[in-house]
Design a protein around this ligand. Structure first.
Ligand code: DQA
Length: 149
């Protein structure tokens, strides 16, 4: 793929490295490596250069949010999505760079501790409950936004 294509960084937060073996009834059986391969290949089809990173550490996710290497971000902050004003502040700091929040599960249909969404409130859009396909839908949306810029 040409280096001139828009870059989209996909950030996966805590415990998402365990996808496939972590609560498969909630999160499915696809591993993170399999999901990332789907994202890169879907990005290729859309003319986007997709790179994927995972961290269990809030500060590392913030460092990646605040770096200068992309035109859009797709973020699943895991449990930090419900608590982290620091991640929300970093997303506001990089505005108007589009950030889409994705969750595999439908968090508002789960326990009440997962209902607060400070990170989602700072994002351009949110998608949840579609499993891994939600990330592909987010890529479709990002491709449309970047095309129309
Ligand atoms: C999750 C939902 C969060 O509540 C949870 O803490 C996760 C995964 C999801 O993708 O459904 O780690 O972000």
């Amino acid at each position: 793929m040409s280096v001139g294509f828009p870059r989209v960084v996909v950030l996966h937060g805590p415990s998402l490295g365990w996808l496939g073996r972590r609560e498969p009834a909630v999160y499915g059986s696809e591993t993170l490596a399999e999901l990332n391969a789907r994202l890169v290949s879907h990005g290729d089809a859309l003319g986007l250069r997709v790179s994927c990173r995972q961290s269990n550490h809030e500060g590392e996710l913030i460092d990646w949010l605040l770096s200068d290497d992309r035109e859009a971000i797709i973020l699943n902050a895991g449990a930090y999505a419900h608590t982290s004003l620091a991640i929300a502040d970093a997303i506001r700091a990089i505005a108007p760079l589009p950030v889409v929040e994705v969750h595999l599960s439908n968090t508002v249909a789960r326990d009440i501790a997962r209902h607060p969404a400070p990170v989602g409130a700072a994002c351009r859009a949110r998608l949840e409950g579609f499993g891994g396909d939600g990330y592909l839908m987010a890529l479709d949306a990002v491709a449309g936004w970047l095309r129309r810029q």
